[in-house]
Structures are given as structure tokens and as C-alpha cells.
Design a protein around this ligand. Structure first.
Ligand SMILES: Cc1cc2nc3c(=O)[nH]c(=O)nc-3n(C[C@H](O)[C@H](O)[C@H](O)COP(=O)(O)OP(=O)(O)OC[C@H]3O[C@@H](n4cnc5c(N)ncnc54)[C@H](O)[C@@H]3O)c2cc1C
Length: 275
């Protein structure tokens, strides 16, 4: 039988010290992703584990007028229990769509965002909200825009070996938001992905338009968003056709089922701006 060495630090400083000593160790938060596909009698765990569940600094939530800061080891269920308006609706809806209540009681925001095998459900909402993630390693603390957790190919790229310590989410007014999960609902399958949209207008002019889609790969087209921004609402039929075409073209690399659903969701979002 293989034995895993489990370390249970009780402060952030201890986590970082253990990470320095054990660069290959896996961080274990809720464990729901690490253990996801294990149905056998015995669990298989990485040889060295740093458990994050008892680290108070990673379990804190700080709320200001401008943002909410959520520790990486706060569970999805705990986030959903925060008081009204403490969490942007876009994120709350995305988190309610994750798995089942039992899983959400264990699963953490940090684990959801730091998973490398695919994008999990929080990424599209956090990307639209322009959230920042704080990563810590031997060289100190680095704030990274959640959009940069995706590489040029649209694959997940959280900084290797670093601890995700907290996520800072701006609290802003949105005039239109949309979040839809497509594919298998309660499980991250190949054809499961999440679509998110956040838009705002000032005096009839579109001042913010952010659209993100992610499953095994992510899609966020900043250049199309830049072309949509500044348009007078409602969009006319020609504008709608043009932006829809741009998004559909960019989606050509998605699996066929997802490509079609993405196109329909984009058209729905553009429809919203055309009324
Ligand atoms: C039945 C089932 C259904 C699921 N359905 C969904 C779903 O619908 N949507 C969805 O999004 N997910 C789903 N998941 C996956 C998983 O539950 C979530 O993604 C969850 O948020 C992962 O968090 P965790 O704390 O359990 O992560 P863990 O399993 O503890 O860790 C996941 C990965 O992140 C790393 N990690 C964890 N915390 C940190 C940190 N602070 N810093 C750096 N690295 C870290 C770990 O080393 C590991 O590689 C499902 C899982 C199961 C078992």
C-alpha cells in the first residue's frame, strides 16, 4: 500500500515554509477535485500533501464598499451564505451551478480556480468581473487578473507551484448579466462549459461588455469586446450580425456540440442589447 505524507499547517507562514521544503507537494483544500474520479475502495493521493483547511488566513472574507476578498479555502457553500450583495450575482449563480450541496460544502473557491486539468465553473464569472487572484510563493505575493490564469491557447495556467491565497472581486453595478451552464450539469465533463456575460450602459452608450466561456478551454475575445464598447444601444441588425460572426468564427475550434450552444448564447446576449 502506498502511504502519503500529509502536512497540516496552521498558519499561512507555515504553508509557505512547507511549500519551500516540499516543492512537489500537492495543496489539498476540499479534496473534491483531487479525489473526483476515484471510486475504488482505497483513495489514491499524491505522495506529499499540504492541507489548507485549517489555515485561518485562507478562511477569511473581507468586504469593503468596492470589493469582496475571499480566502482560497472558503467553501462554495460558505460563499453562498454570505449576506446579500456581498457576492456579485454573476458569481453566486455560477457557484450554485457547481455539483451538489454536499460537494459545495467541501469544495473551495481556491480549488475551483487553481485546478489545472480544465476550467471549473467559477472562472467565466470571475473573468467577466475582472477579479484578481493573489498567488504566493518564495518570491512573495503576486496579484494576477483571473483572465491571465488562461494561457495563449486558452488552457488553464495558474502559476506553477504557487499558493492561491485569496480572490479580490470588484463590486460594481451591472445592467445586464447572464450565466448559463451547458452540457452535463453537475459534473465537469468534456462538453460541460459555462457562459458568462456582464454589460453596463451609461446614457444609452455601452460602457462595459465582457463575455467569457470556458470548459476544457477558455474563450474571451478582448478585441471584439473593444469593438462593441462605445456603441449606442440598442445595437442594430448589422452590428449584431457582425459581432455574432466574430464570435462564431472564434468558436470554430470548440467541440461541435459546444460550438453550436456558444453561438446560440452569444446571439441571445446580442439580442439583449438590441432591445
Ligand atoms: C461529483 C463531482 C461533481 C463536480 N461537479 C463540478 C461542477 O459542476 N463544477 C465545477 O466547477 N466543479 C465540479 N467538481 C470539481 C470540484 O468539486 C470543484 O472544482 C471544487 O471547487 C474544487 O475545490 P476543492 O477545494 O475541492 O479542490 P481540491 O480537490 O482540494 O484541489 C483541486 C486542485 O487545486 C489545487 N489547489 C487547491 N487549493 C489551492 C490553492 N489555494 N492554491 C493552489 N492550488 C490549490 C490542488 O492541489 C488541486 O490540484 C465536481 C467534483 C465532483 C467530485
Amino acid at each position: 500500500m502506498r502511504v502519503s505524507e500529509i502536512h497540516a499547517p496552521s498558519s499561512l507562514a507555515e504553508v509557505l515554509e512547507q511549500r519551500r521544503r516540499l516543492p512537489e507537494a500537492a495543496f489539498y483544500a476540499g479534496g473534491t477535485e483531487l479525489l473526483r474520479e476515484q471510486a475504488g475502495r482505497f483513495l489514491r493521493l499524491p505522495p506529499e500533501i499540504i492541507s489548507l483547511g485549517a489555515v485561518p488566513e485562507l478562511r477569511q472574507v473581507a468586504l469593503t464598499e468596492r470589493f469582496v476578498e475571499i480566502g482560497a479555502a472558503v467553501t462554495l457553500a460558505e460563499i453562498l451564505e454570505l449576506r446579500e450583495n456581498a457576492v456579485p450575482e454573476l458569481l453566486a449563480v455560477a457557484l450554485r451551478g457547481v455539483a451538489t450541496p454536499a460537494i459545495r460544502n467541501l469544495a473551495t473557491l481556491g480549488g475551483n480556480l487553481a485546478t489545472r486539468s480544465r476550467f471549473m465553473d467559477s472562472w467565466p464569472a470571475l473573468a467577466c468581473l475582472d477579479a484578481l487572484a493573489e498567488f504566493r510563493d518564495a518570491s512573495g505575493s503576486h496579484w494576477v487578473n483571473v483572465n491571465r490564469i488562461a494561457d495563449a491557447e486558452g488552457l488553464p495556467a495558474p502559476p506553477a507551484g504557487a499558493l492561491l491565497s485569496r480572490v479580490r472581486i470588484p463590486l460594481e453595478r451591472w445592467d445586464a448579466i447572464a450565466i448559463r451552464k451547458v452540457g452535463l450539469r453537475d459534473y465537469p465533463a468534456a462538453e460541460t462549459a459555462v457562459f458568462a456575460l456582464a454589460a453596463r450602459a451609461e446614457k444609452g452608450i455601452l460602457s462595459e461588455f465582457r463575455l467569457a466561456f470556458a470548459g476544457e478551454r477558455s474563450l474571451r475575445l478582448r478585441e471584439v469586446e473593444a469593438r462593441i464598447l462605445g456603441r449606442r444601444l440598442p445595437l442594430n441588425a448589422k452590428e449584431r450580425r457582425s459581432f455574432s460572426g466574430d464570435y462564431r468564427e472564434a468558436a470554430s475550434s470548440l467541440p461541435p456540440g459546444l460550438k453550436q450552444q456558444f453561438g446560440t448564447l452569444v446571439d441571445g446576449a446580442l439580442d439583449l442589447l438590441s432591445r
